[in-house]
Write a protein of this length. Structure first.
Length: 151
């Protein structure tokens, strides 16, 4: 029994310390995961964009709820950028992500920080504050896309 416990503990410990890559069964699963997270993030960012651009009425509570979802989603894509999963199609992940991982990670953090400010702005009941923070998040998205997505 003691032996079984030890083996169980060892396996659990191993699973917890596995690199992110090993959490996906196939490389395509990592690609699907990151694209799905980005898709949901973009959808909720777009709902705020509609308010900012006057295509939807400004609704402070809805903006805040969407910003919270964007913030949660903004943390998810990055474990999906597993080595060996660069793409070739337009808009896919560029190989440069893995030759400049620190630059990529810095861009991810810039985006997450801008999104945290979007959450704060969304709670001020000010469309102007929302507009400013929305623009900064958009810039962060674009900055990383310009550098790390295949043209
Ligand atoms: C979006 C979206 C992006 C960014 C980017 C900002 O809504 O899907 O990829 O904003 O277009 O420039």
């Amino acid at each position: 029994m003691k032996r079984l416990l030890l083996v169980t503990a060892a396996v659990a410990g191993l699973a917890a310390s596995l690199p992110a890559a090993a959490q996906f069964q196939k490389p395509e699963d990592a690609v699907k995961y990151r694209q799905s997270a980005m898709y949901v993030m973009a959808n909720h960012f777009g709902r705020i964009g509609a308010m900012v651009n006057g295509r939807a009425p400004y609704d402070a509570a809805a903006a805040a709820a969407n910003a919270e979802i964007v913030a949660t989603m903004s943390k998810l894509p990055f474990i999906g950028f597993v080595e060996g999963t660069a793409g070739t199609q337009k808009g896919s992940a560029a190989a440069k992500i893995w030759t400049n991982r620190s630059g990529f990670d810095a861009d991810a953090k810039t985006m997450q920080d801008a999104v945290a400010k979007l959450v704060a702005a969304s709670k001020t009941n000010s469309l102007d504050n929302l507009k400013g923070a929305f623009g900064d998040v958009g810039k962060a998205c674009k900055g990383c896309h310009d550098e790390f997505r295949n043209p």
